[in-house]
Design a binder for this molecule. Structure first.
Ligand code: SAH
Length: 350
């Protein structure tokens, strides 16, 4: 936004009044940048809860998978890199498990939010930070994790109207933001098999997610390494409006209160995997989170932790069910893995 004075809704309203409706991607990018910069949104007192905040087993199993990759790749000099680490919980659990497996890499977090950087420093004091992948060191292999990172990146929506495909824009009336459709036609860029979708259909694209995935894949190909990307989503491109806003653990209108609620969209894993392959990386999946955690040994982990602390057995079993069961997080959440050519197949992705 060119107008930098005042609260975000005022700035957005002013920009729209001056220059006309903005794209959904601009709206979502500005709203989420403000949202994450100004709060820790995670946990029961926040807006939403993520897998690593549910159970230490999540981070431990992801960490063990990375350590296993690194081991089978011949134990090269490597760095742990996490995109959007939230409170740093996943990293702390993963790094502890990796250390037990003999893997103690330096740590770099890609994080824009000062509030969350401070949270991350509490749990991983020796971490270093970068604002984007350009700031990530190029002196060794990369062991990369991204959990619920790609879903927070801005999307564009194209809407089928009686006049053809148009872009979703955000207009403003007084202080109310509302979705409209633009005047420009987008028919030529719609995949042929989706062009005849019914009026009202929505097709989403995630230019920022694709750009970051290409950049990540390029670095992994150049430096060696692997990435595990977990999020909720589908194998697209497909028709569907998945933009959602969450506040206080409930769904709210995504166009209300920009910057005060979490805006996300489902991740198109097929397109992300394609983006990685375009940079000559090897891409695996998507596999469902439940299947992945089962393959990585979550049931054995429940047993081992329960044997050590029998009073925790019921809680551990419930956490396992929440992460793995198809009716809970197990099916909607999926993972893809990216490796440089020559690195082994990641466990659970064969
Ligand atoms: N991975 C964590 C947190 C998920 S919330 C977990 O699983 O609990 C999304 C995270 O991505 C936050 O840390 C947020 O600050 C960060 N983030 C969002 N957009 C970003 C961007 N464009 N660049 C860097 N970090 C971003």
């Amino acid at each position: 936004m060119s107008e930098t004075e005042g609260a975000l809704p005022d700035r957005l309203a002013r920009a729209i009044t001056l220059a006309g409706p903005i794209s959904l991607a601009q709206f979502m990018g500005a709203a989420n940048a403000h949202y994450y910069a100004t709060r820790d949104p995670l946990g029961t007192n926040g807006d939403f809860t993520t897998a690593p905040e549910i159970s230490q087993m999540f981070g431990e199993l992801i960490g063990l998978s990375l350590a296993d990759q690194w081991d089978r790749a011949g134990r090269p000099a490597a760095r742990y890199v996490e995109l959007g680490p939230g409170r740093g919980t996943l990293a702390a659990d993963a790094l502890r498990a990796m250390a037990a497996a003999g893997c103690t890499p330096p740590v770099q977090f890609v994080e824009t939010s000062p509030t969350l950087r401070a949270e991350q420093a509490k749990r991983v004091p020796h971490a270093e930070w970068a604002f984007d992948l350009v700031g990530v060191a190029d002196d060794g292999a990369l062991l990369v994790v991204a959990n619920e990172f790609f879903d927070a990146l801005p999307i564009r929506q194209l809407v089928k109207t009686p006049e053809g495909w148009r872009e979703r824009l955000v207009a403003c009336q007084d202080t109310l933001f509302l979705p409209i459709v633009g005047a420009r036609g987008f028919d030529p860029i719609i995949p042929p098999h989706l062009r005849d979708a019914p009026i009202g259909s929505v097709l989403e694209t995630a230019p920022a997610a694709v750009a970051i995935m290409r950049q990540l894949a390029k670095r992994i190909v150049a430096q060696g390494g692997c990435a595990i990307v977990i999020d909720y989503g589908y194998s697209g491109p497909a028709i569907g409006d998945t933009l959602q806003a969450v506040r206080g653990h409930g769904f709210v209108n995504p166009y209300d209160d920009p910057g005060e609620q979490d805006l996300t969209a489902h991740v198109d894993f097929a397109t992300l995997a394609e983006a990685a392959r375009a940079e000559d990386a090897v891409a695996y999946g998507p596999v469902e989170q439940g299947a992945l955690l089962s393959a990585l040994g979550i049931d054995a982990r429940v047993q081992a932790l329960s044997a050590k602390s029998p009073e925790r057995a019921d809680g551990l079993r419930a956490d396992r069910d929440r992460l793995v069961d198809g009716e809970q997080m197990g099916s909607l959440f999926k993972a893809i893995a990216i490796t440089s050519p020559g690195w082994p197949v990641p466990a659970g992705f064969a």
